[in-house]
Design a protein around this ligand. Structure first.
Ligand code: 6PG
Length: 472
């Protein structure tokens, strides 16, 4: 008999935690995993948490499908890429028209769009869902960004809304648009996450090497900042990371961790999407580049041997200035991220609701912060305008950009790398100037390629009379 409200395939940590979350909210969940021993392990865990009554374990895929009430909603939580396509092919002959596959990994949004288009004519719904909040979030309430088949979304809406994080009682789960919309928004969430993390790391560098602060001292500052406008999950965990002590040596753990950052691709996808659509997202790009440079440890060691140790004299930057610099950088980065989302919405006909996106990021996800509440209110007033011209944020930027400027200037003279914060500052300075320098670029383009330029009052596609440089 079909008794499960929903099915879930893929019982690694994220999948298991999502299934436990579903069971805890009172829904019956059928679970399946390719390696059957994982199912047994999961049942033991569910039992220990008193949730096994809500779980239907099934090692046989056909029986698993049959255990789910029609129209079926089946979450797949397998590794992004080929495993998702393979799972879809395995499921397809077992499904009926009207059923839906709900893919909750970090998939490339164009893959999601392709799968959506592939399944639509077959009458199978496809939801590409971004789930943020890590393992803890999956278990106790993630932020859930839904995209894909709207009709089938309504079949799964109650479950997904129930398992999501809540902010002031509102669920941090929303349907955002067709096709790859959910995974696109999750990708940009991650791009913004990269920017936040990198900017925090850059400020930590100044604290450590310019102000001579110990990890413990830095931790105390981040804990303090978490009570103010920077209040956010990432600032909070930074305090904990800096506070941690290595059990083996008694030393601050952060000082033992190798300075090589990993990345799984979502940051790069964000930067590529931004570039492809012609939306400047320099903070995200800077953050991705910083990770890539960090990974080249051997090259960095060799280069330092050539140029000598960076000459990091004590800096006169204050902690209050660093806090404001971080705030200004963050506003620029979010302004860029939301501009990318707005453009993608236009290009793909998604009608992505910016205010709702900011709302469902207020709790559960990695970039959750106080700031997003303010941002959702700003977008709720309407328009897709750049955050840098929204009055509330104008006021904060006016107050904080001088600090960002001072910090970036001090970093330049003090030989501190600041890829992300300096990119944010340059974006701000470029964006807020009425007269830039692209007039020269246009002159150069016309000189070598007759690409044309515009002169106010005289028209576009004009050309200069340039001297020939051939043969010189
Ligand atoms: C989240 C995280 C999550 C994951 C990232 C890490 O929102 O819960 O973003 O999706 O931790 O994929 O990405 P990197 O390995 O690229 O840092």
């Amino acid at each position: 008999m079909s008794t499960a409200d929903i099915g879930l395939i893929g019982l690694a940590v994220m999948g298991s935690n999502l299934a436990l979350n579903i069971a805890e909210k009172g829904y019956t969940v059928a679970v399946h995993n390719r390696t059957a021993s994982r199912i047994d392990d999961f049942v033991v865990t569910a039992k220990a948490q008193g949730l096994d009554g809500k779980v239907i374990p099934e090692a046989d895929l056909a029986k698993f499908v049959q255990a789910i009430k029609a129209p079926r909603s089946i979450i797949i939580m397998v590794k992004a890429g080929k495993p998702v396509d393979e799972m879809i092919e395995e499921l397809l002959p077992l499904l009926d028209k009207g059923d839906a596959i709900i893919e909750c990994g970090n998939s490339l949004f164009t893959d999601t769009q392709r799968r959506f288009d592939y399944l639509k004519p077959k009458g199978i719904g496809y939801l590409g869902v971004g789930v943020s909040g890590g393992e803890e979030g999956a278990r106790h309430g993630p932020s859930i960004m839904v995209g894909g088949s709207k009709e089938q979304w309504h079949n799964a809406e109650a479950v997904l809304t129930a398992i999501a994080a809540k902010f002031n009682g509102e669920s941090c789960c929303a349907y955002l648009g067709e096709g790859g919309a959910g995974h696109f928004v999750k990708t940009i969430h991650n791009g913004i996450e990269y920017g936040d993390m990198q900017m925090i790391a850059e400020v930590y560098g100044v604290m450590r090497d310019g102000l001579g602060m110990s990890p413990k001292d830095c931790a105390a500052v981040f804990k303090e900042w978490n009570k103010g406008p920077l209040n956010s999950y990432l600032i909070e965990i930074t305090g904990h990371v800096l506070d941690a002590v290595d059990g083996e040596t008694g030393k601050p753990l952060v000082e033992l961790i190798l300075d090589k950052a990993g990345q799984k691709g979502t940051g790069v996808w964000s930067a590529i999407a931004a570039q492809q659509m012609g939306v400047p997202a320099t903070a995200i790009e800077g953050a991705v580049a910083a990770r890539s440079i960090s990974a080249r440890k051997d090259e960095r060691v060799a280069a330092e041997a050539i140029y000598g140790k960076p000459n990091r004299a004590k800096t006169d930057v204050t902690l209050a200035e660093l806090e404001k610099a971080l705030l200004a950088g963050k506003i620029v980065s979010y302004a860029q991220g939301f501009a990318v989302i707005a453009k993608a919405s236009e290009e793909n006909g998604w009608a992505l609701p910016l205010a709702t996106i900011a709302k469902i990021w207020r709790a559960g996800c990695i970039i959750r912060s106080r700031f997003l509440d303010q941002m959702s209110s700003a977008y709720a007033k309407g328009g897709n305008v750049n955050l840098l011209v929204v009055p509330d944020f104008v006021a904060i930027m006016k107050d904080s950009h001088p600090s960002l400027r001072k910090v970036v200037a001090a970093a330049a003279t003090g030989e501190f790398p600041m890829i992300c914060l300096s990119a944010a500052l340059s974006y701000f300075d470029s964006y807020r100037q009425a007269q830039g320098t692209a007039n020269l670029i246009q002159g150069q383009r016309d000189f070598f390629g007759a690409h044309g330029f515009e002169i106010a009052g005289r028209g576009a596609d004009l050309h200069g009379t340039w001297p020939s440089t051939l043969g010189k």
